[in-house]
Design a protein around this ligand. Structure first.
Ligand code: PBG
Length: 324
């Protein structure tokens, strides 16, 4: 009679037994921490929709980066908040742009910390779109030139990895050629290969002041309803030489993370985006959920789905909890 059904509970009977059979283990090495760097001095603004996340000017980075490094976080991704914007996003590829200057500061003070530069124009254009706009349309190929220029100036400033997020077709080729021509053949490209047009970016657009001033991003970012199309996007980026593949957002797109994991050998990065962070924070601040348990569960789920790395605003908290 005893073997009539499987005894799954045998392997769950103690904490040590569960540890022995655990399939997915979260580590601080998995995390990439996103930061919003503001031009100017003395800036330290908490983003109202993202409690615990701040816009910081370079003179306020020391405390933040001492903490990041002491927690064992190995990589950060930088978003810039320029004082001035124009219609071609000059601030994105200016040699003294905010991300370039912040990169120089960080690499000087914390040479081992990996700096990933988000390569996009939307934080720097007055219209808020990720590329060049003409007659209300976001133009593909003219945007590529500016993106390549942005990537080269970020590499010049010392960025370790270039992460293009603007979803123009051919951006990996354009950036790879630009980097190689400038001598940066060893700088990897972490491509936002599969980026959906998502309402989950809402709080980020407040944090980065990058809301499109007209229309939306649906002609370049993907339709949340599509799964097969994600494979075409990822495949194109692999063919163009992407070194990492990002899937974004993460939580509502775990099926896509799994598909990309199954199909490609490159490291897969899940971007646990702003709205996903804000929802947990709001519920936690109300006492409705156990923040630590829920954050560790959702990050574990992203890894279980197939992500190797996770970009997350929870990185500092999670690193702290994992070391307890
Ligand atoms: C820039 C960019 C966005 C995010 C990362 N890079 C915003 C967007 O596409 O509108 C979103 C990140 C987040 O929500 O945390 N193109």
């Amino acid at each position: 009679m005893t073997n009539e059904f499987a005894r799954h509970r045998r392997l769950r009977q103690s904490a040590n037994m569960r540890a022995l059979v655990r399939e997915t283990v979260l580590s601080v090495n998995d995390f990439i921490y996103p930061l919003f760097i503001a031009e100017g001095e003395g800036v330290r603004n908490e983003v109202s929709s993202m409690p615990g996340v701040f816009q910081l000017s370079i003179d306020n980075l020391k405390e933040e980066f001492d903490e990041i490094v002491s927690l064992g976080i190995k990589a950060v991704i930088l978003f810039g908040l320029p004082v001035e914007k124009d219609d071609v996003g000059t601030g994105a590829y200016h040699n003294h742009g905010i991300v370039q200057e912040a990169t120089r500061y960080i690499k000087e003070q914390y040479p081992d910390l990996l700096v990933i530069a988000d390569t996009c124009l939307c934080e720097y254009t007055d219209h808020g779109h990720c590329g060049v706009v003409e007659d209300g349309n976001v133009l593909n190929d003219p945007s590529l030139e500016l993106l390549a220029k942005t990537a080269v100036s970020q590499a010049e400033a010392g960025a370790d990895i270039i992460a293009p997020s603007n979803m123009m077709d051919g951006f990996v080729t354009a950036i790879r050629q630009g980097l190689d021509a400038a001598g940066y053949t060893e700088i990897p490209i972490m491509s936002y290969a599969v980026k959906y047009s998502s309402a989950f970016y809402g709080p980020f657009r407040e944090a980065a002041d990058s809301t499109p001033q007209f229309g939306d991003r649906k002609t370049y970012q993907m339709d949340p309803a599509n799964r097969r199309e994600a494979m075409r996007e990822a495949e194109a980026d692999m063919e163009q030489g992407a070194d990492f593949l990002i899937v974004k957002p993460a939580l509502s797109y775990l099926d896509i993370i799994r598909d990309v994991r199954n199909e490609f050998d490159a490291p897969v990065v899940a971007y646990n985006v702003s709205g996903e962070y804000s929802m947990v924070k709001a519920a936690a601040l109300n006492g409705w959920v156990d923040e630590k348990a829920i954050v560790l569960e959702k990050l574990t789920s992203m890894k279980r789905a197939g992500a190797d790395l996770i970009m997350t605003y929870h990185a500092k908290d999670a690193a702290r909890w994992l070391s307890e």
